[in-house]
Design a protein around this ligand. Structure first.
Ligand SMILES: Cc1cc2nc3c(=O)[nH]c(=O)nc-3n(C[C@H](O)[C@H](O)[C@H](O)COP(=O)(O)OP(=O)(O)OC[C@H]3O[C@@H](n4cnc5c(N)ncnc54)[C@H](O)[C@@H]3O)c2cc1C
Length: 408
């Protein structure tokens, strides 16, 4: 066996959330190892839009700004949205949220995942206290009385008091540490692709609840380009994927009620199975899960990575606070505090998404009436609309310092 090297923290996974955690810890006197099977590079500025984009809340943008990644994102492509519109295929009501109603310039921002990951990894790699091992991969995890032993595919061995699993939905850290999951299969697939529409999007993020699931048109940085997320039952998704490009464009424009006119062009389609997962616990002795390793959520409110960014920011905050009090880095109080601040919050968001998905999937007349009445009520109550606008910006609740308002 190779002689073990030592690290204060091993972060497994340099996706958006793992890289953010490393970047958020860059000022602390720690020796951090960040591991990923791949290194993300930035594509050409005029490369086609990536099919996977994230609708970032203002809270997430604050975190990215404060760790130094937002300035990198803005050198590339990003698309602030100034309004949001939610409607139902055959409903009477339509909800509209506008940034200007609450004195803001915009509600959130669309950024391609690859750009986010590149910006965050760049900040992490440039930090003096982070060593980036890639291409590399976790293969074994063993618990010793005072530390974890992490074995990598190359045969390298690392001993560390704190392992963080930021390795996504199929987390090896979660599996190897035997943390179980609660799962909820929506039996839906999310079809994503970039489209060009006849009418401009006017920086509005739109979503329609179809009988078969939600369909979102998310505005990109070109005025007539959107990224779509079409959540459809497995059978329908299979059919949508099998359509020719021209049939798919027609079906898409029709499903969206021609709100942005015809769909003129669409890029390759990709499908993601939709499964909500929640780890039964976020921490063990000397171990924590963050991001999709801890939870995956229906994309209908675009919250997944926003929750993951808050996990990483809260964990970094609790580590810094613990260290300031002289606690060892993996002290139980630090990890418990992290779990307490995040698990309940994420569970609430996940259950709300499932409830919303169920409410909109329901066909009973009483529930349809309830939806329409609810939409009408919210639209007529200025205070309630402002409440939802603030929620959409992610600026409510127990926010870590990094997520609080800062000038971008
Ligand atoms: C269709 C769709 C649309 C979405 N839209 C939005 C949106 O608008 N807004 C939003 O907030 N969220 C959205 N999400 C969710 C969001 O994409 C995820 O929450 C986010 O990608 C999770 O980031 P992560 O860093 O936790 O995990 P990942 O992005 O999965 O990263 C995990 C990393 O770990 C690495 N890894 C894996 N295994 C190992 C190993 N054994 N050793 C070392 N490294 C490993 C991987 O290479 C990867 O880099 C959407 C999701 C879907 C499916």
């Amino acid at each position: 066996m190779n002689v073990p090297i030592k690290a204060d923290i091993v972060i497994v996974g340099a996706g958006m959330v793992g890289s953010l955690l490393a970047a958020a810890l860059k000022h602390l006197p720690l020796n951090i190892i960040l591991i990923d099977p791949a290194v993300v590079t930035l594509p050409d500025v005029d490369a086609p839009f990536e099919p996977r984009v994230s609708a970032l809340t203002r809270a997430s943008q604050n975190v990215l700004t404060q760790v130094g990644a937002w300035e990198l994102v803005t050198q590339y492509r990003h698309s602030p949205f100034t309004s949001m519109q939610v409607r139902e295929e055959e409903g009477r009501g339509e909800l509209q949220f506008k940034a200007q109603d609450i004195g803001e310039d915009y509600l959130g921002c669309l950024v391609e995942n690859r750009v986010l990951q590149w910006a965050l990894t760049t900040v992490a790699i440039n930090a003096d206290n982070v060593e980036f091992l890639a291409p590399e991969q976790l293969t074994q995890l063993e618990r010793y009385p005072q530390h974890w032993r992490v074995t990598l595919a190359s045969g390298k061995v690392i001993d560390t008091p704190l392992v963080v699993g930021a390795d996504g939905a199929m987390s090896a850290v979660r599996k190897l540490s035997a943390i179980t999951m609660e799962t909820w299969d929506y039996q839906q697939q999310a079809i994503v692709c970039t489209v060009q529409t006849q009418k401009p999007h006017d920086s509005c993020a739109r979503q329609v609840f179809l009988k078969t699931g939600p369909l979102a048109f998310l505005p990109l940085s070109k005025p007539d380009y959107c990224s779509i997320v079409w959540s459809a039952k497995d059978e329908q998704a299979k059919w949508l994927l099998s359509l020719s490009e021209s049939d798919f464009k027609q079906e898409l424009a029709r499903a969206f009620g021609y709100e942005l006119g015809e769909v003129l062009w669409c890029d390759q389609r990709y499908a993601f199975p939709l499964i909500a997962r929640h780890a039964e616990r976020y921490t063990l002795d000397g171990l924590a899960l963050v991001g999709d390793a801890a939870h995956t959520i229906h994309p209908l409110a675009g919250q997944g990575v926003n929750l993951g960014f808050l996990d990483a920011a809260v964990l970094a905050e609790e580590i810094a606070r613990g260290m300031a009090r002289g606690l060892p880095i993996a002290h139980r109080q630090i990890l418990q505090k992290y779990s307490l601040r995040r698990r309940h919050h994420n569970a609430l968001m996940m259950h709300s998404m499932t409830a919303l998905e169920r409410l909109y999937a329901a066909k009973q007349p009483s529930l349809i009436m309830l939806r329409n009445e609810g939409v009408g009520f919210v639209n007529n109550q200025t205070w309630l609309k402002h409440f939802f606008e603030k929620q959409a910006m992610g600026l409510e609740g127990d926010l870590p310092q990094l997520a609080q308002n800062c000038s971008a």
